[in-house]
Structures are given as C-alpha cells and as structure tokens.
Design a protein around this ligand. Structure first.
Ligand SMILES: Cc1cc2nc3c(=O)[nH]c(=O)nc-3n(C[C@H](O)[C@H](O)[C@H](O)COP(=O)(O)OP(=O)(O)OC[C@H]3O[C@@H](n4cnc5c(N)ncnc54)[C@H](O)[C@@H]3O)c2cc1C
Length: 455
C-alpha cells in the first residue's frame, strides 16, 4: 500500500465492478510526481490488474477565474501530461462541465473505479456530488493537498491557529513522510490514447480574456521545483526576519504552484525540514505558514457551513462590526474605484497595481489592502465581496481556501481575537500606513508599483 489510509475517503461504494480502467479524475493536484491521489489510483490499478488513466475535465469557465489562470493551468497541465506519459499513463482531457463530462467518461469507459482529489471549495463539492450521484463506479477521494489530511487533522472547525497547531504537530511524524516513486506502467497502458491537443483545449475556454497572463511567473512542476530550490538555498535564512517586508523578496512565491497543484506542499515541507539545520528559524517560520496556517484555511473551508461567508465570521466580530456600521468612513469607494486603483492612498493604489499587473500581492500588503477595503466601503459585507472578487480575479493563487480565510481574517476577525475599539473596525484588528512605514520602506514600494512603472 503506497498511501496512508487516513488520506483516503470512499465517497461512493462500488456498483457491480466494471471491466474498464481505474480512472484518476485529477482536478486540484495537477502533477505527476509527489501526488498521493495518483499513487492511490496506481495502487488500485496494479492490485486489480486494470489499466490506469488520468482524466482532467476542463470547465470552459470557473468562478472568478480569467485567462490569466487558465493560461497558467493549461501550460502546467501540458507538462504534467508529459510526466504521466513517461510512466505510460495517459491523460485524457474532457472539455465541458465536470459534473456532466466525468460521469459520461466513466460510463463510456466502463471504469472499474475512480479516484479523485480532496478539495474543500464549494464548487468542487458540487462537482463531486454530481459524480457521486451518478453511481457509475466506486469513487474515492484522496487528500493529496495537505500534509496532515484535513479530516484527520481535526474533526471540527478550529477556532484559531493555536487550537489546530498542536494537533498538526502531533500528527506530523505520521504524515510528513517521503513520497514513493510513481510506478511505471507497461507501455500498452498508453494504447489508444493520443496526446492532448493543448491548442484545441485552450480554444474551448471562454473565461474573461481581459486579465492577461503574467509572463514572469513560469507555470509547471519544473519551475515550481526550481523556485522551491532557489528559495530554500538563498532566502530561507532571511524568511523569519524579513517575510513581512514587501520590498525584501524574502517569501517563497510558491502559492500559485500550490494552488494549481503543480507542487505538493508536502514536498516543500520535506525539503524545508531537510534545510532546517542551516536556517532553523527560517525553516520553522516557513513550516508554520506552509503547514499550520495553510491547513487552518483548509479546515475552515471544509467545516464552515456553505453559503453566506459573512455569517461564518466569529460572533464577536459580527457584533462589533454591526455596532460600528453607522460610523463615518474616512473615504468611501465603489468596487470599480478599488479595481482601478483610484483611491486617495498612493500605498493602497500601489498594492492594487501589484495585484492586477503581476498576479500576486505580498502577504503583508494583502492584509493592509483588505483592511482598507473594509475601512473605505459602505458596509463590511460589501468590503468582503469586493476583496474576495478582486483577489480571485487578479491573484494567480486566488479562489483558494487560503484566500477566503485571508480575506475573512482581514475584514472580519476570523481566527483572530478582539482588539482595542476603532471607528468602522470596532474590535477587528486595525492596520494603517503609519504601521507599514515602521515595518518597511513604503516610498520604495510605491515607486516600484507606480502608475508609470506598471503601465
Ligand atoms: C487578504 C488576503 C488574501 C489572501 N489571498 C490568498 C490567496 O488567494 N491564495 C493564497 O494561497 N493565499 C492567500 N493569502 C495568504 C497569504 O498571504 C499567501 O499565501 C502568501 O502571501 C503567498 O505568498 P508566498 O507563497 O510567497 O508565501 P510564503 O510566505 O512563502 O508562505 C509559504 C506558503 O505558506 C502558505 N501561507 C502563507 N501565509 C499564509 C496565510 N496567512 N494563510 C494561509 N496560508 C498561508 C501559502 O501556501 C504560501 O505559499 C491571503 C492573505 C490575505 C491576508
């Protein structure tokens, strides 16, 4: 058995077993190496003597996603296909609504079993529900995205990092283990499967082309591994002290690769652990973000009730924001003014330009950026909607549990505690430009993302 059983959750029991292949329906963890879901499918295929194929359903649109995201994903997938074919595993691309095209594919191929990725985002829940309901074959979900599988880390919604951290740390020795190699299948496993035509695939996408791809973040597993190597070699010793300085280049820049599953967080965690003797503080701080904070976000997304995110904020935060709903705002902007970086603040506008032009926004600036959207929006609900929409539309790593919790933390005190009262914020933690000036060279940041330099 290649995969820890706690990663594996049966979603639909086997109907009478069909004669066809084991299908790994890949949607979140889009990589050939270091992928527990693919390894589980490979195990199942070898055990039953069935062929193995990977299916990827390409939805023509996805909530919040634009050409920027599809371009990054499709170029990464082309590389993944090459990695799979090297192990004689075909990748089949199914253009269309995954809730429809996956059951059709499983039925046509008489699939013996289907293995798929764990993903707590609601849209994926809808896809999984449809494939489960189709009842074509046994369906199994594998958590290939978390170091400690989300269900195993905790059986309930955690209050804060402080409550999840000890659970994660206790389980790390059991789950932070090396990945086995992907087994190579006989060459006959590829028979009848032509390589994907990626140009034709891209033509089926109808996502908004107005948000252009970002040329300086190279997609794919190889680029991700190179970024990880460079970060651990050159930057890890600086990470603990300088990660909150947006001018320092001290963070990993790995989040788009994690989001699209081009790099396993577990690979980054294993390699950071290996690098720890040379940079113990940096490694510990990085592992805290990568494992505890990221997996806290997964915990929230998995256990929070579906629907109105505002209602998922802590009671104290909703009460304090309601008590300050009538406070005069120092400024008030419509979503479009935020989007076009037309506020009175040169710092905020620079952050917005970093986001729209480069597809990323430094983690510290993300907090400031979202908190000012709260301060300058007519209501906290509108602030939440604006911050989520802008984050998802422009950030390459958007539409992710870490984005949802990051915005809810900033705007609504999720996973935080009450602070001293302030206008508009109530007891939600406040941030301002003066605080930024104490931490980093604000003028250098503004200059770097000035209108002229970002034109
Ligand atoms: C308003 C707001 C919006 C955010 N939106 C997103 C988003 O859309 N997608 C996203 O992946 N993260 C988001 N975050 C969390 C965090 O800011 C990013 O993960 C981080 O900036 C990514 O850059 P990096 O890979 O260089 O991070 P590093 O500092 O190098 O951290 C390594 C990894 O740890 C994880 N991580 C770091 N900080 C956090 C955090 N606070 N919460 C959860 N995981 C964390 C990420 O996976 C990250 O790649 C958001 C935070 C805020 C406050």
């Amino acid at each position: 058995m290649l995969v820890h059983p706690a990663r594996v959750t049966p979603l639909a029991a086997a109907a009478p077993r069909q004669s066809g292949p084991v299908v790994y329906w890949m949607h979140r963890d889009q990589r050939a190496a270091d992928n527990w879901a693919l390894l589980a499918a490979a195990d199942l295929a070898r055990e039953s003597g069935a062929p193995l194929c990977v299916a990827f359903a390409l939805a023509p649109t996805f909530p919040g996603a634009t050409l920027r995201h599809y371009d990054f994903m499709l170029r990464g997938l082309a590389e993944t296909e090459a990695g799979l074919r090297a192990a004689h595993i075909p990748l089949v691309l199914l253009p269309g609504d995954p809730a429809v095209v996956v059951p059709v594919f499983l039925r046509e191929r008489k699939a013996g079993a289907c293995v798929t990725d764990f993903d707590p985002m609601p849209v994926k829940g809808d896809w999984l529900a449809a494939v489960t309901a189709s009842g074509v074959c046994a369906l199994t979900e594998v958590d290939a995205h978390n170091v400690v599988p989300c269900r195993r880390a905790s059986g309930k919604r955690e209050y804060a990092a402080a409550t999840l951290r000890p659970k994660i740390h206790r389980l790390l020795p059991e789950f932070l283990t090396p990945f086995p190699e992907l087994p190579v299948f006989p060459a006959t496993n590829l028979a009848g499967f032509a390589p994907v035509d990626w140009t034709a695939a891209a033509a089926t996408v109808t996502a908004d082309p107005a948000v252009r791809p970002v040329p300086d973040i190279v997609p794919g597993a190889a680029a991700a591994r190179e970024r990880l190597r460079a970060f651990l070699r050159d930057t890890l010793p600086e990470y603990a002290a300088r990660r909150n300085d947006p001018n320092a280049g001290a963070t990993s820049g790995l989040s788009p690769y994690f989001h699209f599953g081009q790099l396993a967080p577990q690979r980054a965690a294993l390699d950071a652990r290996d690098a720890r003797p040379g940079a113990p503080e940096g490694a510990d701080a990085f592992l805290e973000e990568l494992v505890v904070r990221r997996e806290l976000a997964e915990n929230f997304q998995f256990y929070a009730p579906r629907g109105d995110l505002y209602e998922a904020l802590p009671d104290w935060a909703r009460k304090t924001l309601a008590a300050h709903a009538g406070d005069a705002r120092p400024a008030s902007y419509a979503p479009r003014e935020f989007e076009e970086a037309r506020t009175h603040s040169a710092l905020w506008n620079a952050a917005q330009r970093q986001l729209t032009r480069t597809g990323r926004l430094h983690g510290y600036m993300r907090m400031y950026w979202a908190k000012k959207i709260l301060e300058w929006s007519p209501t906290p609900r509108q602030a939440l909607a604006t911050a989520l929409a802008l984050n998802d539309r422009y950030a390459l790593d958007g539409r992710d549990p870490s984005g949802v919790t990051g915005v809810l933390w900033s705007v609504g005190g999720l996973h935080d505690r009450p602070w001293a009262k302030r206008p508009v914020f109530g007891q939600v933690r406040y941030m301002n430009e003066r605080g930024c000036r104490r931490k980093f060279d604000v003028d250098a940041y503004i200059d770097r993302y000035s209108e002229e330099k970002c034109a």
